[in-house]
Design a protein around this ligand. Structure first.
Ligand code: CP3
Length: 342
């Protein structure tokens, strides 16, 4: 029997949507915090296959989600390319910055990342052996624009201003970085699929700060190139695209890119999505993660509203963004009970 997530991705409308949550392996779970402490720090956790596999499996054991997502981070690609990466507890990622052509010089080529990323591929291999037979394994990478925003600024930024500045003032350097990331991402995702990932997801968390033509050029085009190349190498491989906060640009995105599924952020209305997006294929989303903190009837009603709005087409239930450390683990049970209630 085909796995439920793969059925939804192939365009099937199911009586109950398959479900998983972004950041389902994370700090809201005590067992995650324990394994992370054992690893020492977040990056060591990402690069220790047994522990990374363990935290990937924890939410599957606890909740029985329909999919597991590889435990890693979108910033492992810059790390592998040679941009020093570290995480400041309570603050987030830090990297070297890129302010001009010299910033590209220390970076390696697209094919030189695999020694560094070998532990990630090993994690995928372990997971493909250990996951329950009904659970789909999702691999992932950051989209070139989103990853570039961190590499240019050296950290997360509220408005991605340093990346926009480089894009406008030194387009040659900016384009070279986007092209390197696009090509490296194709090689990285290919190794994940060879190791056992059954689906890949491309996270463009900051797509919403690109407008008009620049959106097409730096969000749509790289996603299209990655998707096309992956499908050429691995015919039938399902691809989930997440152009977060793309607004109207969500319309036609999946078709233009060739993706099988469009992941929706919390700002997208589910009824609107049913009208404008679901005709092109599966949609994934999009409960507000805040409801996982507060729970109760508000959580149940909103989950039910999303399920009902999207029930006439292919749908994978998820949040509109990652579950937060403040979420109550009990609320995940409440959510699953509501979604899976006949
Ligand atoms: O979803 C999953 O469970 C799989 C693993 C995963 C992580 N990060 C683990 C993680 C995935 C798919 C990501 C994607 C990611 N990483 C994105 C895109 C999705 C999104 O949230 O928009 C981005 C922008 C990043 C970069 C990143 N990683 C930031 C900005 C931070 C710090 C903020 C924070 O939440 O602490 C991280 C750290 C990170 N990545 C954590 C986890 C579980 C928390 C690390 C910890 O344990 O302290």
């Amino acid at each position: 029997m085909t796995k439920t997530l793969l059925r939804a991705l192939s365009g099937e409308t199911l009586p109950t949507p398959p479900v998983w949550l972004m950041r389902q392996a994370g700090r809201y779970l005590p067992e995650y915090r324990a394994t992370r402490a054992q690893a020492g720090d977040f990056l060591s956790l990402c690069y220790t296959p047994d522990l990374a596999a363990e935290v990937t499996l924890q939410p599957i054991r606890r909740y029985g989600f329909d999919a597991a997502i590889l435990f890693a981070d979108i910033l492992l690609i810059p790390d592998a390319l040679g941009a020093d990466l570290w995480f400041v507890t309570g603050e987030g990622p830090r990297l070297s910055t890129i302010t001009g052509p010299d910033g590209l010089k220390p970076l390696k080529g697209k094919d030189d990342i695999h020694d560094h990323l070998a532990p990630v591929y090993e994690t995928v291999k372990i997971l493909s052996q250990e996951l329950p037979s009904e659970t789909t394994l999702i691999g992932f990478a950051g989209a070139p624009w989103t990853v570039a925003t961190y590499m240019i600024a050296g950290r997360g930024t509220p408005d991605q201003a340093p990346a926009h500045k480089l894009r406008q003032e030194d387009p040659a350097t900016f384009d070279a970085l986007i092209n390197l990331l696009t090509d490296a991402t194709i090689e990285y995702l290919s190794k994940q699929v060879e190791a056992g990932a059954e689906v890949v997801k491309i996270f463009d968390s900051w797509a919403g700060s690109l407008k008009g033509e620049t959106f097409d050029r730096y969000a749509l085009e790289p996603a299209k190139k990655i998707t096309q190349k992956m499908k050429q190498r691995f015919p039938g491989l399902p691809v989930i695209a997440f152009p977060r906060e793309a607004g109207d640009k969500y319309i036609g995105f999946a078709k233009a890119v060739g993706a099988d599924c469009l992941a929706l952020d919390t700002s997208v209305d589910a009824t609107w999505a049913a009208q404008h997006l679901q005709k092109d294929g599966c949609v994934q989303g999009n409960l507000d993660p805040k409801l996982m903190i507060t729970g109760g009837d508000a959580l149940r009603q909103e989950a039910r509203r999303i399920v009902d709005a999207l029930k006439n087409g292919p749908h994978i239930f998820n949040l509109g963004h990652g579950i937060t450390p403040e979420a109550d683990p009990e609320n995940v049970h409440v959510l699953l009970e509501e979604i899976r209630r006949a």
